[in-house]
Unconditional design. Structure first.
Lengths: 340, 340
DNA sequence: GCTGGCACTCCGACCGTGCGAGTGCCAGCA
DNA sequence: TGCTGGCACTCGCACGGTCGGAGTGCCAGC
């Protein structure tokens, strides 16, 4: 029906205008700014229907309309085309990310870039340990009965733990241990590291067996558990800027949730590489986020997402542009990490 | 003179009241809440003098007085005793920091603890590389002509760099290189690492000399330079809470400065272990910080500060309590890092 | 099914007023 | 000489009423 189609067109226009002006949008303003081909009165009828269906709402009688979460959802799902980035923007991304010296640096640059591009809070997850593989394991003797274990993953992430051993260890044992561990674990995915332990224990020479057991258990406990997945956050100043109005006055619950990390981490890690995921307002179960939207995507190669990244902002955001930015940045980051 | 002394007492009372109520404080309120032993009229005379001397000011005629930066400075230098922490607080510090598994974890806990204790933004600097010594150097072959260098310092910090080599390398050379580097650098302070290079080059077997030169130069360039000193920031939600009023409405320049890191880093690294340093408002050269105060201190053993930590908040803050908290936390962190 | 017109609603900006807190000054007192 | 109570004055701010404009819903006509 041409009828329904125009109504959706009206919704799209409302979302676009509201996002750019931050004022509730009325029928007359809509008719002026968009070529809908009908009069304000007709638009009013459409708006009444859209309101009844729950896509828009008025803050108070005799004010313009504002999209609801449901309205944004429909807009994102059906009414928006992902806006391709400008050449300048693509170039900026490349320039920004080139020359990073290590993983920490790559992710730091990424988060700054994303925050700058979208003018929202940017969030980048460290490559998940559980999806990485062991590149190298290093054992360093710290004191007589103390070892430091350093794990280097194929994604460039480095993790360390100190292990207290029951008895003193001599340097030769450390070297042997290093060789043993590396031959057992190098190239093995962290999720599968546990399977290798029985084998390892069996093949280990008797005098090392206790040591190997202690070290392996620390390794599994502390490194394979995904508890320690980290998050880099940037652009929080964007919250405090004009956007403060979008969060009924105070941004501090949101800042707290961001610092808490765990909530955002859970949301951001539920992603596939390639498909941008948008969560709008109330769709976020967590209370502090009900006024916010998340735009997230996984990075890494298609078959193997290393982690997630994205942005957090008010529901009133420019979804098409932000989705494009998030996707493009994720693509570049994936490339860079694949190279190293 | 008893005269001057009472005037200072008045200033102290003004600072205390203003910090706790956030209202400009008038002569009558002062007389009511403090046992100054004189009438409001007398206090008014004292206040007039204090204002003339620049220690207090009125936001507008016929409002109470508010301390100026100079007033806070005098208060901090001469009028406040550092308030000892309660037993509960000391216990909280211990509880909070115990059970940290690695450096990252220690600093993360520290920043959360400090933010919670002071209700301000907390900032912790990673142990400065230049003041650390090498505990171990690890060399991992990433691909035929690529090595990854992992540096572990005695403060538990781990740094990594990828080195591109001019020619392919075989596994034996990597092992030799590892031994060479460790015997040359282990235990050496990073600041003095440069001095060891000539020796190292001389003693290296001819076939490794090129490789050693490449690797050493990367090592020096990227690791000894203090450019990469890192900062952990937490408690930014405290800015957005009530404190927003203290920063003429917007906290976003301050958030930007914090994310920038470099400014704060410079300020925070100018510290001695043990003596708490307070910078008030305009004393901070950087524009974004002129409305803020910093309370910083170094952590580490007395003879060797590893880094700085502190808080950033409005000039209107509870200096005695915050100074005590910052000092206590720094002491515990120093202890914990010394142990590992 | 669209359109112009019309009556109605209601927010928010504007303005004027009054109150209260706080001040400076002065004359009197120890 | 220094403190005190009293008094007139100032000024910001909260309060309440008014007015205009933007926007709506409804209706009759095309």
């Amino acid at each position: 029906m041409a009828h329904d189609e125009r109504r959706l067109e009206v919704l799209r226009a409302i979302v676009q205008d509201y996002v750019s002006t931050n004022d509730p949008v009325g029928s007359k303003a809509l008719a002026d700014r968009h070529d809908l081909g009908v009069s304000p009165a007709t638009i009013r009828n459409d708006m009444a229907v859209l309101e009844e269906q729950g896509y828009i709402t008025q803050p108070h009688t005799s004010a313009g309309r504002v999209p609801t979460d449901k309205g944004y959802r429909l807009f994102v799902d059906r009414l928006s085309a992902v806006k391709p980035l400008s050449v300048a923007e693509r170039r900026a991304i490349e320039r920004f990310l080139d020359g990073a010296v290590d993983l920490h640096d790559v992710l730091g640059r990424t988060v700054r870039l994303l925050a700058q591009l979208t003018r929202q809070v940017a969030v980048v997850q460290y490559p998940t340990l559980s999806r990485s593989a062991v590149r190298h394991l290093e054992v360093v003797q710290v004191s007589a009965a103390r070892l430091m274990l350093v794990l280097i993953t194929d994604t460039g992430r480095v993790e360390q733990r100190v292990v207290d051993c029951p008895a003193d260890i001599d340097a030769g044992a450390v070297a042997e241990l290093r060789t043993l561990l590396n031959s057992a674990f190098t190239g093995v995915k962290l999720t599968e590291a546990g399977d290798k332990v029985p084998d390892l224990l069996e093949t280990a020479p008797a005098h090392l067996r206790g040591l190997v057991a202690t070290v392996s258990s620390t390794l599994l406990e502390t490194l394979v558990e995904p508890s320690e997945d980290r998050l880099v956050i940037g652009g929080t100043a964007n919250l405090a800027r004009g956007n403060a109005l979008d969060f009924q006055g105070t941004v501090s619950p949101l800042l707290e949730a961001l610092e808490e990390q765990v909530v955002v981490l859970r949301l951001i890690s539920e992603v596939d590489a390639g498909t941008v995921l948008v969560r709008i307002g109330e769709e976020n179960a967590h209370e502090a986020l009900t006024g916010a939207s998340l735009v997230t995507v996984g990075y890494g190669s298609a078959d193997r997402a290393l982690g997630g990244l994205g942005i957090v902002g008010p529901t009133r955001m420019d979804y098409p542009t932000n989705m494009a930015a998030v996707r493009a940045v994720a693509r570049y980051v994936g490339q860079i990490l694949a190279e190293s």
